[in-house]
Design a protein around this ligand. Structure first.
Ligand code: NAD
Length: 485
């Protein structure tokens, strides 16, 4: 049991404003494994005031990018030194299989921190050039007080995706993790403090959506960086728009894998499957719609079922587990409800559909494959967020592209084919922010990542991810003056 009785606000562990607490419950055992104080509006006000003061008067924005980068590098190193324990902590919070978690939940955040630490010495914060009317300096300055809001599914990864570039920029941060995963957020605060983050720069305020709304609407917050559902993203975008507050949104997805008619399934499925039900299907980039050529539909379905029924479902902490429990009972209810909706709509279950035998505790759902799915069905249009795949037939490449694009979302996707050129042609036509051609890598941390359509606004990762936390200022200079930058 990991318990905190204080909140990390402005670089200090302080008394919370209320006695309200959040229990962290293991999705495998349904037992309480941690407890933290729940932040309330008064705690948010205190955290924002501290971030504003640190931004206006503290050392952090005035340090060099390389000095700030050194803190990120030390934090990455500290996480790397404790990978197994951190992976287990996160699996205990939200049910991610620990073997997958070691890479995606723990190693990946260190790569993100290291990447942005590297930008500390290579990114051009200041450039001087000859403008049309005289010399000009363009300087990129920190945006100010950042509200970072994340969901529970890849908590440390998403925290790193926001905090690494925000901190490198010189901004100060109020971080609101999801109430399901506050323990790794507090751990990150401890790690960053030990790495040398000055007081005031970071606060961690675990809470639910109402308190999140208070943070978003706080007048002293200059920028909101949000990852979560499209429903919440629309509200946050509207609230920020009303006050011309900067915002960026990483939202939901319903991504399609296109298996072209020349595909070799023995080669393609090992590339595709890790992205189809990664993280128990609780991933925004999951390839949950499998588009199969009609004349090979049966063959594709059988191969998929064969792969999925071999997957080991069980305790998230067991290194052999490939599919763990869903984050909460309400999430299992949601997934089971979609399984019922799919059947009511006329789709057929080729595998799974129920709860796995012998797992009476924990919020498990069997890996499930739906066949005879039409893309207009709700199970093909809405984000289920569980280990459920839908196999959809198509008649031609054009048909496959139009089915892939027939979605409110546009986050990710992949094409698998014997012909890379043909695959790249398909990739160019699918309206999503990230794509895979015969690849199993959905995100490259040095390149932009984000969504078209209702999957988001703005791009995280790469230099774009840093630009999200920078304001640009043009300074016109007198003729003959060249400042050193
Ligand atoms: P959610 O939108 O309900 O909550 C996400 C976070 O936002 C939580 O911390 C929550 O407390 C907070 N929140 C919710 N409404 C808010 C509001 N109006 N104002 C301020 N804060 C608010 O999402 P969820 O169901 O917990 O997470 C799953 C969703 O996240 C899925 O849709 C998934 O696709 C998406 N996601 C997207 C990405 C990406 O990079 N695009 C990555 C991971 C998850």
């Amino acid at each position: 049991m990991k318990s905190y009785d204080r909140l990390y606000i402005g670089g200090e562990w302080v008394e919370p404003s209320s006695s309200s607490t959040i229990d962290v419950v293991s999705p495998t055992t349904e037992e309480v494994i941690g407890r933290v104080p729940e932040a309330k509006d008064a705690d948010i006000d205190r955290a924002v005031a501290s971030a504003k003061d640190a931004f206006e008067h503290g050392p952090w924005p005035r340090m060099t990018p390389s000095e700030r980068a050194a803190v990120l590098s030390k934090a990455a190193e500290a996480i790397r030194n404790d990978m197994q324990d951190i992976a287990e902590l996160i699996s205990n919070e939200m049910g991610s299989p620990v073997s997958w978690g070691l890479l995606a939940q723990v190693l990946a955040p260190t790569m993100i921190l290291d990447y942005y630490a590297g930008l500390g010495s290579t990114f051009e914060f200041d450039t001087v050039k000859d403008g049309l009317l005289g010399p000009v300096m363009v300087t990129k300055e920190p945006v100010g007080v950042v509200a970072a809001i994340t969901p529970w599914n890849v908590p440390l990864f998403l925290a790193a995706a926001k905090l690494a570039p925000a901190l490198l920029s010189g901004s100060t941060v109020v971080f609101k993790p999801a109430p399901e995963t506050p323990l790794d957020a507090n751990l990150l605060a401890e790690i960053l403090e030990t790495a040398g983050l000055p007081k005031g720069v970071l606060s961690v305020v675990p809470a639910g959506r109402e308190v999140g709304e208070h943070l978003v609407n706080h007048p002293a917050v200059n920028k909101v960086s949000f990852t979560g559902s499209s429903v919440a993203g629309k509200k946050i975008g509207a609230a920020c728009g009303a006050n011309l507050k900067r915002f960026s949104l990483e939202l939901g997805g319903k991504s399609a894998a296109i298996l072209l008619d020349d595909v070799n399934l023995a080669e393609a499925l090992p590339l595709m499957m890790p992205n189809a039900i990664m993280n128990n299907g609780e991933a925004c980039i999951s390839l949950t719609r499998i588009l199969a050529p009609r004349h090979r539909y049966q063959e594709v379905t059988e191969a998929l079922v064969d792969q999925m029924q071999g997957m080991k479902v069980g305790d998230a902490l067991d290194p052999a587990t490939e599919v763990g429990p869903l984050v909460a009972e309400r999430q299992r209810d949601r997934v089971e409800n979609y399984i019922k909706i799919g059947q009511d709509e006329g789709a057929k279950i080729a595998l799974g559909g129920g709860r796995p035998e012998g797992l009476d505790r924990g919020w498990f759902v069997e890996p499930t494959v739906f066949v005879d799915v039409d893309n207009s069905m709700r199970i093909a249009q809405e984000e289920i967020f569980g280990p459920v795949l839908s196999v959809i037939p198509y008649d031609s490449d054009d048909d496959a592209v139009s089915i892939a694009n027939d979605s409110d979302y546009g986050l990710c996707g992949g094409v698998f084919t014997a012909d890379n050129d043909r695959g790249l042609g398909v990739a160019r036509r699918v309206r999503t922010g990230t794509y895979m051609v015969n690849s199993s890598t959905p995100i490259d941390f040095s390149s932009p990542f984000g969504g078209y359509k209702e999957s988001g606004m703005g791009r995280e990762f790469g230099e774009d991810g840093l630009e999200l936390f920078l304001e640009k200022k043009t300074i016109n200079l007198p003729a003959g003056y060249t400042p050193t930058v």
